[in-house]
Design a protein around this ligand. Structure first.
Ligand SMILES: N[C@@H](CCC[C@H](N)C(=O)O)C(=O)O
Length: 279
C-alpha cells in the first residue's frame, strides 16, 4: 500500500489514496496502520481524494482508534499540500468536502504554508453536541476524578471542550483529557483543550484529541480555543495559538468564521508491507 506521510507542527497524518488501497479500511486496520510500534505510526489517516457533489475533492478523516472524525484542521492543510505536491490541483485555491462541512483551502510557498477557511464556530449545545437543554455552552462546570473545571464547548464540525487555566502542561492534558473525552456530557465524545490566555493576541494550548490522545498540535483545537477566547472577550480577532509543536495563526470574523494559517512539512512517500496485518 502506497502512502505519503506529512506533519503539521508535529501533528502527523498518512495520506492514502483510494486508488492505492486494495482492501477495506476497517477500524482494526486503521488502528494497526497508525500504531507507532506495530504500524507506520500517525495521529490519523486522510483518505482521499474521493468524489464529492459539494466540492472539487472529498476527504474522509480517521483517528488512530479507528473512529471517523468530521473535520481536522491540520488534516485539511496536509491534504491540501498532498493535492498540490501530486499536481492534482494547479490553482492555489480549491475546496474540499468533509463530514463536518466544506472548506476552502489556499496553498502558498509551494505548499509549505496552507490557509484553510474552516467554517463557522458554534457554541450551541445541540450542534456540538452537549447534553441538556438548548443553550450556548459557555463557562459551565464539569467534574472528572477529583477535579471540577469551568469549561466552554464549541464545534467547528467536530466537538471541542475548552478549559481555561492560569498555567497549562502536557501532564494536565494527559491526566484529565482522557476522562473529559468520554464524559457523559459529550455523547459523541470530545476533543479537549487546556488554554492559557497570554495576552489579547496570544493563547497557549495543551491538547487531548478524541480518538488520538495527546498530540503536539491541532488545527480544529486551535480554532475552537481561539473562538472561545474571543467570545469571552479575552482576546482580539487575530490570535496566535502556541502549541508544543509550534504556532498557528487564527483569524475570526464577526460571525465566527475561522481562517487558519500554518506550516505543513512532508516527511516521506512509502510502501507499507501487507505483513503489518498478520496479527
Ligand atoms: N488533529 C486534528 C483533529 C483530528 C480529529 C479529532 N481527533 C476528532 O476526532 O475530532 C486537527 O488538526 O484539527
Amino acid at each position: 500500500m502506497k502512502y505519503s506521510k506529512y506533519h503539521a507542527l508535529g501533528n502527523d497524518y498518512l495520506v492514502i489514496s483510494p486508488q492505492d488501497l486494495a482492501f477495506e479500511l476497517t477500524p482494526e486496520k486503521i488502528e494497526r496502520i497508525c500504531h507507532r510500534n506495530f504500524g507506520i505510526g500517525s495521529d490519523g489517516i486522510l483518505f482521499g481524494p474521493l468524489p464529492s457533489n459539494n466540492a472539487r475533492f472529498g476527504l474522509r478523516i480517521f483517528n488512530p482508534d479507528g473512529s471517523e472524525a468530521e473535520k481536522s484542521g491540520n488534516g485539511l492543510r496536509i491534504f491540501s499540500r498532498y493535492l498540490w505536491d501530486n499536481q492534482l490541483v494547479q490553482q492555489e485555491e480549491f475546496d474540499i468536502d468533509t463530514l463536518g462541512g466544506r472548506v476552502k483551502a489556499r496553498v502558498a510557498q509551494s505548499g509549505k504554508s496552507v490557509e484553510v477557511e474552516m467554517g463557522r464556530v458554534s457554541f450551541q449545545s445541540e450542534k456540538i453536541p452537549v447534553t441538556g437543554h438548548s443553550r450556548e455552552v459557555l463557562t459551565e462546570s464539569i467534574t472528572v476524578a477529583d477535579q471540577t473545571f469551568s469549561f466552554c464547548a464549541a464545534t467547528i464540525g467536530n466537538p471541542h471542550c475548552i478549559i481555561q487555566l492560569p498555567e497549562v502542561t502536557p501532564e494536565i492534558a494527559k491526566q484529565y483529557g482522557c476522562l473529559l473525552e468520554v464524559h457523559p456530557y459529550f455523547p459523541n465524545r470530545t476533543n479537549v483543550q487546556f488554554m492559557k490566555v497570554k495576552d489579547r493576541q496570544n493563547i497557549q494550548i495543551e491538547i487531548w484529541e478524541r480518538g488520538a490522545g495527546y498530540t503536539l498540535a491541532s488545527g480544529s483545537s486551535s480554532s475552537a480555543a481561539a473562538a472561545v477566547a474571543h467570545k469571552l472577550n479575552l482576546c482580539d480577532s487575530h490570535i496566535a495559538v502556541h502549541m508544543p509543536g509550534g504556532q498557528i495563526a487564527i483569524a475570526i470574523s464577526n460571525d465566527f468564521i475561522i481562517t487558519m494559517t500554518g506550516a505543513v512539512t512532508k516527511v516521506v512517500d512509502g510502501l507499507m508491507s501487507p505483513e503489518v496485518f498478520e496479527f
